[in-house]
Design a protein around this ligand. Sequence first.
Ligand code: G6P
Length: 611
Amino acid sequence: MCGIIGYIGKRQAKKVLLDSLAKLEYRGYDSAGIAVLNKESHVVITKSIGKVANLEVMCTDADATEEIEDAGCGIGHTRWATHGGVTNTNAHPHQQGRIVLIHNGIIENFRELIVKFHLENQLVSETDTEVAAAIFNYYYEQTNNPEETIQKTIHELQGTFAFGILFADHKDCVYAIRNVSPIVVMHGEGESVLASDIMALAPFGNRYFVLPEYHILKMKKDTVSLMDLQGNMCEPDYLTIDWDVNQADKQGYPFFMEKEIMEQPDAMRRTILPRIKEGMIDLTVDGIPDSLFEGMDHICVIGCGTAMHAGLVAKHLIQQGLKIPVDVIIASEFIYEEPLITDKTLVIAISQSGETIDTLAAVRLAAKYTKRVLAIVNVVGSTITRESNYVMYTNAGTEIAVASTKAYTVQLCALYLLFGKLATIKKCYNYAKQREFVLQICDIIKDVEKILQDKETIHRLTQKLVQAKDTFYIGRGLDHSLILEGSLKLKEVSYIHAEAYSAGELKHGTIALITEETPVIAVMTQKKVKAKTKSNAMEVRARGASVLLLVAGELEDEADWDTVYHLPEREDIFMTFSTSVTMQLIAYYTALDKGLDVDKPRNLAKVVTVE
Ligand code: G6P
């Protein structure tokens, strides 16, 4: 994870770096730091543990300001700690001799390198990054040439990296190189900037390029150049940002999470409507031909966290509805298994960011076995989209809150469209049935709107949760896939231990944990299993738990229950959306009432670029 930024140009580097770090903060907020090269060629490093706001305070301190006020060149970093604790010393940038380094990634052979280069007494931090800085410095001492130094150093390193590098005696250049971890670059009149993602580039224009792996980037005020490790100069492949990256504004909401929950109906429309033509699902807008599904006999869905949970819903729909075998595999497990993939397998990689390193590694592995790798991704132009055979973009817009909400909902929308399309191709749906499906999928947006209008009622449902240390979510079938995501949401933002359990399985041991202090949320939206889940809810109620029922349809014995919330009723497979949005609001309000920093929960980062 971690966010990196590098700038050289006509603006004040300090301001650019601090503003950009605030935009990259979702990638990690254990510490933040900047290094600038001032006009006297002095390197000035300022770092602070905690969020970027702390660093800003330090940088506005009068003494600090004077030294760095005039600098137009610098690098900055926001950290998610991997090697070494959250301390000022471990914060980036790291300096060794004339080298100043920021790093996103992990240098796996850093211990061997310490021994090989005799660095034991030279390092002050516990980080792998400082080891890399020392090796850059070692070669710079020998060569005095930045490009040669980078070439030689990179050959020593194993692992993933996006480096921003300052050479203290080159105050007119910022260098960078990467392997796997992302770097995007923009060059405009009198300035050049690099960052971990395009959001930080928004103030600088709309043409950017992705730094190719193992290419040395040299940024000057008026030029950028690319060189491969053999010394050949290359032309950057420019892209244009064609979506609004300026959404980084809370628009009056106390937290981005609430804003993003409220944006869901619009995001759903943006994902669904362009793929409907004359009442039918049409994926030609994504360049997905029907032939992609011809001869396909197996689907393998890969993803992490919330994205993987979206995959579980798809499994339920496709396997049950179309009788096509579907495996959902956590990306970090997939890459170490012998995946059962052939050229007849459709691999669906789901990712909000398109940068999650485990999902990317899984895509790369899958691509060795099949040419049917389809990415469902939110961030346009991200690495996973570039490495997949096909892409369905989910048009959620920028998601800033670490806890994913609208990105999940539109992942579901894309997967439902895929399901509807497959149902037609596999002749499970005739024309009329597909039209009916399309009407339903468009109509569910209204259900989500209803839930959002009712958010204050849902807020009141959370009173008992706020006090809880542990809680259980129970459900069966499709509801079980949904509660996995609902409970993850509660855990990550409220720090309440929340377990999602298959309702029927609880009695085989776990029910021992149920007491009066363990609120239970029972989700009952699936007709086939509603009565069964209700029996399981009665079992926990009999052990003293207070139960919140999220239910579709009537409940004859409603008066006997503590709290019941009625979801807008719809055919079972379409209950997903209103149910998951309700659980998002439950998590959000619980965290809000606990007074937590909802958008930046402790220990988390939005984009996970370490294995
Ligand atoms: C992190 C985020 C989660 C996200 C997961 C996968 O853990 O905090 O919200 O679900 O990564 O990210 P991706 O960008 O691949 O969807």
